[in-house]
Each structure stands twice: as structure tokens, then as C-alpha cells.
Write a protein that binds this ligand. Structure first.
Ligand SMILES: Cc1cc2nc3c(=O)[nH]c(=O)nc-3n(C[C@H](O)[C@H](O)[C@H](O)COP(=O)(O)OP(=O)(O)OC[C@H]3O[C@@H](n4cnc5c(N)ncnc54)[C@H](O)[C@@H]3O)c2cc1C
Ligand SMILES: *[C@@H]1O[C@H](CO)[C@@H](O)[C@H](O)[C@H]1NC(C)=O
Ligand SMILES: *[C@@H]1O[C@H](CO)[C@@H](O)[C@H](O)[C@H]1NC(C)=O
Ligand SMILES: *[C@@H]1O[C@H](CO)[C@@H](O)[C@H](O)[C@H]1NC(C)=O
Ligand SMILES: *[C@@H]1O[C@H](CO)[C@@H](O)[C@H](O)[C@H]1NC(C)=O
Ligand SMILES: *[C@@H]1O[C@H](CO)[C@@H](O)[C@H](O)[C@H]1NC(C)=O
Ligand SMILES: *[C@@H]1O[C@H](CO)[C@@H](O)[C@H](O)[C@H]1NC(C)=O
Ligand SMILES: *[C@@H]1O[C@H](CO)[C@@H](O)[C@H](O)[C@H]1NC(C)=O
Length: 573
């Protein structure tokens, strides 16, 4: 047992033995678990299905064809196809149970563990309700309340910390809520075009609908992320972020079913506390969102740029000087409304890409000039492309390569502009130290300050407003490596990498959706000064802690035990 795996299955394995009072199977302090006497019979599930008009789905693990198990026989052809496509988001996002983060799938039914490898339901939800309406959600909540069953809310399964999965749970599955409507919105704080989208709408669907109307809306760099789920509720950075702010800054209204089963509208004018909490306080804990209405902005000519070089033939000192120069150039770039993604390790660097809504190619080249002259001076060969597109949609579709999943474990830190302005060498030193120890970087260069976000009212971690470098650090995932090595990587993130990043950003924070799940200070780091108020609002709309997600507001009410069983923490038991 190593490290400080505070919230992981592994530490809890040892806790389990310290807390024998939790060992009884139908403990009233725990959620009812499959196999317990309290678990509903097949007849009860079937009756529930009937009340839902047949929308109940029983989980069959996605990778079942890769194993001989109670779900069927190994099928070489199907298994090969699954293995080849396992790191593509589209393999998972139509499933009612699969998740993209392999650590949290816990090898329950992993396509790479061989025919004899286990295929069980494990950390996946047991059933899902493919909700089509508020009444479906209310029925699911009533059923789980009556039967003391754990709830998970599931949209696409993108969450890096597996927050849309849960052992022994019923998933409320929002994927089929695909309506999109464009309207003219008029309220005290915003007058203009708006898009109302169902909670199942994904980036690519919203982008296409907006494009048809000469508009743009904010979404992730990965176009398959759902917009109204974990993304916008957790903050949401976008290629349009330096021009309009975070995704949560765009929200005008949420349509939500709370834990009491009430169908509510939350805006600045109505249920404004719930509106405030949902806009930035994180997914999966305040209620089940059915739809979200956001600002839609007029489309505009958009430039895209990329630039890359490797460390071949240059010293590491020179390589890191170049990265330092990129960071020096960033404030002027992001203040022009450009968002710039970079990826680097010890051997290569790429701006991949930068997006300039309303910025000409000429201006983008000018802004890159300080960096390229430094590269020339250092004798670094690079490739560069800057191109102007007639609209955002074409820029996005041309400049972004598909993003893989299941290839890494994640942690992150919001590094403020002041760190780069006052002590850039310390920033470089910290990144270099991590890279030399096997970490790879993915950094979002952005300006989502209050002046960019405008007139907003939400629970975005204030650290975002001063951020220049939304720093994501990763360790590689290897499906065939010993599990202990993946655990060691997770611990390295917590014990080494994140403390190094905190040293260069004292008092800043962490982006909820790109965070180390073992952060012992997650309340402060993820939510900042907003945590206490977020918890009060949670208790108002969800008094029984019906909703739980790892590291979500209020999550320490529960403890997830090694087998996944969710039990009240000792102080609440
Ligand atoms: C490949 C990839 C690229 C990414 N790119 C970006 C990016 O560019 N910018 C960015 O900011 N983030 C990005 N992310 C992170 C992303 O924002 C999070 O993974 C986010 O949690 C995904 O939300 P989801 O609803 O699609 O996923 P899920 O995994 O389905 O859900 C995530 C969380 O939201 C909750 N939730 C989902 N739907 C609802 C609902 N209707 N009501 C209440 N709670 C709900 C779930 O319970 C869970 O806690 C990326 C992630 C991946 C894997
Ligand atoms: C629910 O009913 C539908 C339609 O009858 C059926 O297709 C589905 O398999 C049922 N779900 C479960 C879990 O039995
Ligand atoms: C909370 O639990 C109590 C006691 O079991 C129950 O009476 C009440 O209906 C529950 N409320 C909600 C909102 O789940
Ligand atoms: C961010 O951009 C806005 C708009 O261009 C600008 O007013 C602000 O000074 C910029 N920088 C910071 C740190 O806020
Ligand atoms: C830059 O973008 C172009 C156009 O999409 C692409 O062909 C090229 O591979 C990109 N280069 C890098 C280094 O990402
Ligand atoms: C920069 O940061 C380093 C490491 O934290 C520190 O030792 C040094 O004093 C700092 N320099 C300045 C000018 O703040
Ligand atoms: C993954 O782990 C296996 C087993 O330890 C090893 O043979 C393989 O080389 C690793 N793959 C990579 C890409 O590191
Ligand atoms: C994860 O897998 C391990 C065995 O590899 C098992 O002991 C543990 O109970 C599983 N955890 C959950 C939450 O299913």
C-alpha cells in the first residue's frame, strides 16, 4: 500500500478491514448492492421498465465479445474491431454504460486482458434509463429512493475521473435528449441569439446547427464531448474561450429535475441559487439537467494556426528556452481573443492549433513573430501554418485532429498569468522537471478574465479568471502493463507532479474536469471560495445526497468501498 490514494479503491480496501461494522451485507448505511437481499428482483425491474414504457436498459459490458463470460462467448472478429477502436470516443459514447477512463473501468470487462480475463459489471452501472422526459427522470428517482439504489448520471462517458460510472448503480442516461432550438433571447443580462439544447447534444451537433444559422456556440476541442453535462457544468474551455469566456459563462437557463423529482427552470431570475451552482460547480451532483440554453454568437472569419518542432539536434536547454519563449508570447496572443492549445514533452512541441475567431491570418502571423524570431535565433527548425477560413466551422473542422481516449491518466493546474510574467523560469523549470520524470503536457493558453466573460453570475472557480496556462499533465496508460504500474503513475501524479505545479501557482486552483482525483485538497483546489455555498445549495436541492460523484461537491458524505459499495461516511452513519 503506497502513496496517498485517499479516494481510490485501493486505500479503501484496507479501510474496509478497519471498519468491520460496514461488512454486513444489507447495511442501512449503505446503498443496496447487487446480491443483497434488498436488491430488486427481476420482476421488480421488469415492472419498473413497464412504467417507463420500455426505456430500461440492462447493462452488457461493451467488451463482452473479448471474453468467455456469462455475457457470451469470445468472438475474435468482434474483439479485434473493439480493440482497434477502443481509444476512439465514438466506441463508447453511444453505450449506456461504457466509460473512456480505463482506471475507473477497473478492468471490469477490458478488451485487452485476454479471453480468460474477467468480464463482470464491476464499476459499470447495472441498468440505465434512456430518459426522454422529466417524468422518466422523476420515476427513476422514485424507484431508486424506494429501493435505496445508487444513482449515476451518464451522458457520453468522457469524464476523465469516471464520474459517469458507478458500481451497483442505476444510470440516468441523457444521451437521447438531442433537441436543438435557436431563439431570440431577451433578459436583463443578455439580449441576442440563443441555443437551447437537450442534455444529450454533443459538440459536433451543436456546431453544425449553429453554423446553419450563421452562429457559433462554445464547446470542447473534442467535438464529441457532451455540452450540457459535465462540460458546461464543470466550466468548459473552448477554442472560443478567449473571446467569450468559459462555457458556463454562456448559460442563460438550465432545465433540471432535482432530487425531489421536481422539474425546475433555473436562471438568474428564477431559482438563481441552483443556476449559480450548476454553472461551474460540477456535473452529477446538483440535479439531472434536461436542457441548457446558451448564448449563440454571430459567426465570423476565423484563423487557425499551428507550429511544431522537435528536440532533434538541439540541446535540452535550447528546447526549453523555446517553450519559455512561447509562454512569453502568449499574453498578447490570448488578449487578442485567440485560444492556443500546445502539447509537449521532452522531445517535441506543437501548437495544435491556435484558434483566432475574428482574427486575420496577417494578425495571427504578427502575433507569432516574437516566437518565430526566437526560434530562428536559437537555430530551431519548425513547421508553421497559418490560415484564414471564412467561418469558425470550417476552421474547427480543418485544424483539429481527432482526439484519442484511454491513452493517459490526467492531472492539472490553473497557472496564472502572474507566474509567467514574474517568474517564467520557475514555470519552465517545473514543467521540465515533470517532463523529465515521464509527464507529458497539454496546455490551454487562454484569457477568460472577467472582462472577457462579461456580465455573468456563476460558481466558476475564481482562479480561472487569472489563468494563462490551463496546464494538463498526463502519464501514459498501457492496457497490458501490470495494474500496479498504473496505480504507481496515479500516485506519482498526486505525490510529485501536482505539488510541483502547486509550487508555481500558490493559491490558484484546478480545473474540475482535468484534475487529479486524489488531490487531498480538492475542495479548495477545484471549487475555491465557492465550496461552502455550493454545499449549502446541494443540501437544499438534494437533502438526502441522492447524487454522488467522485470529488463532486458533497461527495465526502459517502465513501466508496473497495467493491464499489457506497456507504455513508462514518461521521454521517
Ligand atoms: C477527448 C476529450 C476531450 C476533452 N476536451 C475538453 C475540452 O476541450 N474542454 C473542456 O473543458 N473539457 C474537455 N474534456 C473534459 C470534459 O469536459 C469532461 O470529460 C466532461 O465531464 C464531459 O462531460 P460529459 O457530460 O460529456 O461526460 P460524462 O462522462 O457522461 O459526464 C461527466 C459528468 O457530468 C455528469 N453529467 C452528465 N450529464 C449530466 C446531466 N444531464 N445532468 C447532470 N449531470 C450530468 C455526470 O454525472 C458526470 O459526473 C475532454 C474530455 C475528453 C475525454
Ligand atoms: C424494457 O422493455 C423493452 C421493451 O419491451 C425491452 O426491449 C427491454 O429489454 C426491457 N429492459 C429490460 C431491462 O428488461
Ligand atoms: C429523504 O429521506 C427521507 C427519509 O427516508 C424521505 O422521507 C424523503 O422523502 C427523502 N427526500 C428526498 C428528497 O429524497
Ligand atoms: C484579457 O483580455 C481582455 C480583453 O481583450 C483584456 O481586457 C484583459 O486585460 C486581458 N488580460 C487579462 C489578464 O485579463
Ligand atoms: C497543421 O494544420 C494542417 C491543416 O490542418 C495539417 O495538415 C498539419 O498536419 C498541421 N500540422 C501540425 C504540426 O499539427
Ligand atoms: C522564482 O521561483 C523560484 C522557485 O520557486 C524562487 O526560488 C525564486 O526566488 C523566484 N524568483 C523570483 C524573482 O520571484
Ligand atoms: C506496455 O506494457 C507491456 C507489458 O509490461 C510492455 O511489454 C509494452 O512494451 C508496454 N507498451 C508500451 C507502449 O510501453
Ligand atoms: C476493482 O478490481 C479489483 C480487482 O482487480 C477488485 O478487488 C475491486 O473490488 C474492484 N473495484 C470495484 C469498485 O469494482
Amino acid at each position: 500500500m503506497q502513496g496517498n490514494l485517499t479516494s481510490s479503491f485501493h486505500l479503501l480496501a484496507s479501510l474496509g478491514t478497519l471498519l468491520p461494522q460496514f461488512a454486513v451485507s444489507a447495511d442501512v448505511h449503505c446503498r443496496c448492492f447487487p446480491g443483497d437481499a434488498c436488491w430488486p428482483s427481476r420482476e421488480r425491474w421488469a415492472a419498473f421498465n413497464k412504467t417507463l414504457g420500455g426505456k430500461l436498459v440492462e447493462t452488457i459490458p461493451l467488451a463482452a465479445p473479448c471474453h468467455d463470460s456469462r455475457f457470451g462467448q469470445y468472438n475474435a472478429g468482434e474483439c479485434n474491431t473493439l480493440q482497434e477502436a477502443w481509444t476512439l470516443p465514438q466506441t463508447h459514447y453511444d453505450s449506456s454504460s461504457s466509460i473512456m477512463a480505463p482506471f475507473f473501468a477497473n478492468q471490469s470487462c477490458d478488451p485487452f486482458t485476454g479471453i480468460q480475463g474477467r468480464c463482470i459489471l464491476g464499476t459499470y452501472n447495472r441498468y440505465a434509463v434512456a430518459v426522454g422526459s422529466a417524468s422518466d427522470v422523476s420515476k427513476a428517482l422514485r424507484f431508486t429512493e424506494r429501493n435505496n439504489i445508487r444513482i449515476t448520471i451518464r451522458n457520453t462517458g468522457h469524464d476523465y475521473n469516471g464520474k459517469s460510472a458507478g458500481a451497483g448503480s442505476l444510470g440516468i442516461w441523457t444521451h437521447h435528449l438531442k433537441d436543438i432550438q435557436i431563439s431570440d433571447h431577451r433578459s436583463r443580462h443578455y439580449t441576442g441569439k440563443a441555443m437551447k439544447m437537450g442534455a444529450g447534444v454533443q459538440g459536433f451537433e451543436a456546431y453544425a446547427a449553429a453554423h446553419q444559422h450563421g452562429l457559433v456556440v462554445l464547446g470542447g476541442e473534442c467535438p464529441t464531448v457532451g455540452l450540457a453535462g459535465g462540460y458546461a457544468q464543470g466550466g468548459g474551455h473552448s477554442t472560443l474561450g478567449s473571446k467569450y469566456g468559459l462555457a458556463a459563462d454562456q448559460v442563460l437557463e438550465w432545465e433540471v429535475v432535482d432530487a425531489r423529482g421536481r422539474h425546475l427552470t433555473a436562471s438568474r431570475a428564477k431559482n438563481s441559487d441552483l443556476f449559480w451552482a450548476l454553472s461551474g460547480g460540477g456535473g452529477g451532483t446538483f440535479g439531472v439537467v434536461l436542457s441548457m440554453t446558451v448564448k449563440a454568437h454571430a459567426d465570423m472569419p476565423t484563423s487557425g494556426g499551428n507550429l511544431s518542432f522537435t528536440s532533434d539536434g538541439i540541446s535540452q536547454d535550447t528546447f526549453w528556452k523555446a517553450i519559455e519563449a512561447y509562454h512569453v508570447s502568449l499574453p498578447a496572443i490570448v488578449d487578442e481573443g485567440i485560444m492556443s492549445v500546445s502539447a509537449f514533452s521532452t522531445s517535441s512541441f506543437a501548437i495544435s492549433p491556435m484558434t483566432g475567431p475574428g482574427v486575420s491570418a496577417e494578425r495571427m502571423n504578427e502575433l507569432l513573430q516574437p516566437l518565430t524570431s526566437t526560434l530562428d535565433r536559437l537555430g530551431i527548425k519548425y513547421t508553421k501554418l497559418v490560415k484564414q477560413f471564412p467561418n469558425y466551422f470550417e476552421e474547427f473542422n480543418t485544424m483539429f485532429a481527432p482526439i484519442q481516449v484511454g491513452i493517459a491518466q490526467y492531472g492539472g493546474r490553473l497557472v496564472p498569468r502572474s507566474a509567467v510574467l514574474n517568474n517564467n523560469s520557475a514555470v519552465t523549470h517545473a514543467y521540465r522537471k515533470i517532463a523529465n520524470d515521464g509527464g507529458a503536457f497539454f496546455i490551454v493558453g487562454i484569457n477568460v478574465s472577467t472582462s472577457v466573460a462579461g456580465d455573468v453570475y456563476n460558481s466558476i472557480n475564481p482562479a480561472w479568471r487569472d489563468t494563462l496556462l490551463d496546464t494538463v499533465v498526463t502519464t501514459p496508460w498501457n492496457f497490458t502493463a501490470p495494474w500496479s504500474q498504473m496505480v504507481a503513475n496515479a500516485n506519482k501524479m498526486t505525490d510529485k507532479f501536482i505539488p510541483i505545479l502547486k509550487d508555481i501557482s500558490p493559491g490558484s486552483g484546478t480545473y474540475i474536469n482535468e484534475a487529479d482525483f486524489q488531490d487531498p485538497d480538492f475542495k479548495q483546489d477545484y471549487y475555491g471560495v465557492n465550496y461552502d455555498r455550493l454545499l449549502q445549495i446541494k443540501q437544499k436541492y438534494d437533502p438526502n445526497h441522492t447524487f454522488y460523484a467522485l470529488t463532486a461537491v458533497g461527495s465526502d458524505y459517502w465513501e466508496a468501498r473497495p467493491d464499489g459499495r457506497l456507504c455513508k461516511s462514518r461521521r454521517n452513519a
